[in-house]
Each structure stands twice: as C-alpha cells, then as structure tokens.
Design a protein around this ligand. Structure first.
Ligand SMILES: Cc1ncc(COP(=O)(O)O)c(C=O)c1O
Length: 384
C-alpha cells in the first residue's frame, strides 16, 4: 500500500510518543510519573456521569444536527456570556468533536492551497498539521519570554505578506501555560482584521486562567473562537468542544461538518447540558483552584533544582515550559534520560516548534499532588 506524502511527512506528536514509552515501561512493573500529557486526572463532573448513566437505558441516540444539539448551543452561549463576558447568539455556537474538530473545520472553511498562515513558535503542534492538511504554508513566528511566548500585534503586522491570510493562536497557550494580556489579544485581533485576515483564537484553557477571563468574542465578532469540554470540565475522552463563528461562516461550517463527521457524539452532547448547572460549575471552579495549588507545588519544587529554570510563569494552562539548558543536555536527551533513568515522562520542545526547541521541555501538572511531588523529587535526584 502506498501512503500519501502527507502521511509520510507528518512528525509524531512526541507527547503521545512519550506516553506510549511510559506505558511500555509500566507494563514491565515500573512506576512512571507521567507529566507528558495535558489531561486533567479529575474525570468529568459527577453530575455529567450520573446523566450518562441515566440516559444509557437503551433509548435511541440518533444523530443530532451537524452544528450540534440546539439546547446545548444555547447553554454554551449563556455560559460564554456569564463566564467570559461574550454576548453571542446561540446560532453562532457550533458544537464539535473536541476543539480538535473545531480547528479542523475552521481550517477547512478558510484555507486555500498556498495560503500563508502565521502561528507562534512554540505553539500547539496540531494547528500546523490542520492548516497544512488544506494546503497552507505555515510560517512559524519565533516568540520568547519578552512576549510571554505569545504572538502579538507588532510581530504579526511585521510578518504579514501578500500571501498571508490568517493567524492561529491560543491564550492561555500550550506548551507554555501563558496568556496574552486581554488588551494585547484585542490589539492582535484588530491588526489581523485590518489586514483583512481571519483569526482563529483558541481559548480551550480560558476557563482555567487566573484573574480576568474575557473572551475575544466580547470584542471581535469576526474571530473564530475555539473552546472545549476537555480541560475546564475534565472531559478529554468524551470528545466535545465548540467554536463561536462569525455569522457568514455558519452555513459553511454546517456543510463541512455534515460531510466530515455528521455530528459530535450524541450521548456526550445530551449529558453535557448538566455541565452548566450550579453543582457542576462549582466542581469545575474547585478544580481550577486545585490546579493552581498544584502549579505552586511544582514551581516551588523546581525552584530547588539549580539546573532548571522557568523563564515565564504560567497563568492559565496547566503547563510549565522548563529551560533545561543548565543540565548540559539537549531537551530531547533530557526527556529520554528522564524517562529511562528517573522514570518521569515529559515532552521535548521539538513538539512545539523550532526556536530553542532543544532548550525547553514541557511539564504538565494536570496530575495529582503525590505524583507531582514524586516527579519533582526524581528529577532533582536525577540531576544531582
Ligand atoms: C491548545 C489546544 N487546543 C486544542 C486541543 C485539543 O483539545 P480537544 O481535546 O478539545 O480536542 C488541545 C489539547 O491538548 C490544546 O492544548
């Protein structure tokens, strides 16, 4: 069988590769502390699970409309207004199979072959793959601690060419855990709008952010704003996300979703209505506080290890972007040896871009406190 050039060209998602290696080690009876994957260990809110049990009674679970269950779209619009100060009509909310399907649909709707798309280096690697799948030339724009590893209006404006059509960015971001101050995000969005470009703003970690949580949908009705049940509600495996799209994009997204996957999973959509109850929101907020405690534990622990430094403190997503250059190892060597010798799984910077990729390692603190303590201790011993 001859596979496509794209299939050959795509690089592995190293976070998953390290997960596979960790699982292989664990199958031999070794305990591995898994700090490689951005997956909260809480599971879905209890009320959601009760609802899944209640509706798993043999009733039919037919397809929903391609844009999602209309009650859920309305509930997400209410949630966006109350939580993220974004007054949006329910018709603009499109329920998707995770944020992943939202990003894929948005790229399908916006990109023509040869279009240039700007993304931050480092950034969430799948964005590049989604855009390239539709023929985009992705241009990585190097970022650093000075802009909290975020794209800003000045960088995008300077990089814009005749071939540039849009920008994909996330705030708070993966792998750095850092967000762009809201005014800067708004400036970025309006710079792209002035250039006549589209902007996909991924807010999958916005629910977990410290302090103000305003969505760009508050100010920019032309932005495509992506979110998900995966992180704030801890529902990774239930595969449910959403995006808020500009009005003209609604029928386009509908056609594409009908063809690509018909609809997101019906049981998850029905039960997800419970996520916006007072009980479930209180659970999600309590977990947000817990994640902040975990972050402090990790930052305090890392501060005791002289070979490691954290140039920008995370303020939202549950990641720390660690500078490992003080260890004398490249990031790839560091991750290989941390797994083999210290039994700690991490993700090397090369997953997220090229700039300083062999200097940085991503640590995800989405796992429990005991595991985090063990992981930091093992890293400390390994480096000593
Ligand atoms: C920035 C970002 N966007 C999107 C996703 C995909 O999330 P989902 O599980 O909703 O498909 C992730 C997953 O880690 C992510 O970090």
């Amino acid at each position: 069988m001859e596979f496509s050039r794209r299939a050959h060209a795509i690089t592995p998602f190293y976070a998953m590769e390290f997960g596979r290696r960790a699982a292989e080690l664990e199958a031999t009876g070794v305990h591995v502390v898994k700090l490689n994957i951005g997956e909260p260990d809480f599971g879905a809110p209890p009320e959601f699970l009760r609802e899944i049990a209640r509706i798993s009674d043999g009733r039919p679970m037919p397809y929903t409309g391609a844009l999602g269950n209309s009650d859920l779209r309305a509930a997400i619009a209410d949630f966006s207004r109350e939580r993220f100060a974004a007054p949006i009509a329910a018709e603009r909310v499109i329920v998707t199979t995770g944020a992943s399907a939202a990003l894929l649909l948005a790229c399908a709707a916006l990109i023509n072959p040869g279009d240039e798309v700007l993304v931050a280096d480092p950034s969430y690697p799948c964005n590049r793959r989604f855009a390239e799948s539709f023929g985009a030339q992705v241009r990585l724009l190097p970022t650093g601690p000075d802009t909290r590893f975020q794209l800003d209006a000045a960088a995008v404006d300077a990089a814009w060419t005749d071939r540039t059509t849009g920008v994909m960015t996330a705030s708070p971001a993966n792998p750095t855990g850092t967000s762009l101050p809201y005014d800067d995000l708004r400036a970025l969005s309006s710079t792209v709008a002035e250039r006549g470009g589209w902007r996909i703003i991924d807010e999958i970690y916005l629910g977990l952010k410290d302090g103000e949580r305003t969505s760009i949908a508050h100010d920019d009705p032309g932005a495509i704003v992506v979110n998900s049940f995966s992180k704030y509600f801890g529902m990774t495996g239930w595969r449910l996300g959403w995006m808020v799209v500009p009005e003209p994009m609604i029928p386009v997204a509908e056609k594409l979703a009908q063809n690509y996957y018909i609809c997101p999973p019906t049981p998850a959509q029905v039960a997800a209505l419970t996520c916006f109850s007072a009980e479930s929101l209180a659970v999600a907020e309590a977990r947000r506080s817990l994640l902040r405690e975990r972050r402090q534990l990790v930052l305090d622990g890392l501060a005791q290890i002289p070979a490691l430094s954290v140039p920008v403190l995370p303020d939202g997503a549950f990641y720390v972007y660690l500078d490992v250059s003080g260890s004398g190892l490249t990031a790839s060597e560091f991750c290989d040896r941390a797994l083999d010798e210290a039994r700690v799984a991490l993700t090397p910077g090369k997953d997220f871009g090229d700039r300083d990729a062999e200097r940085f390692v991503r640590l995800a603190y989405a796992t429990g406190e005991d595991e985090l303590r063990a992981g930091i201790e093992r890293l400390g011993e390994f480096l000593a």
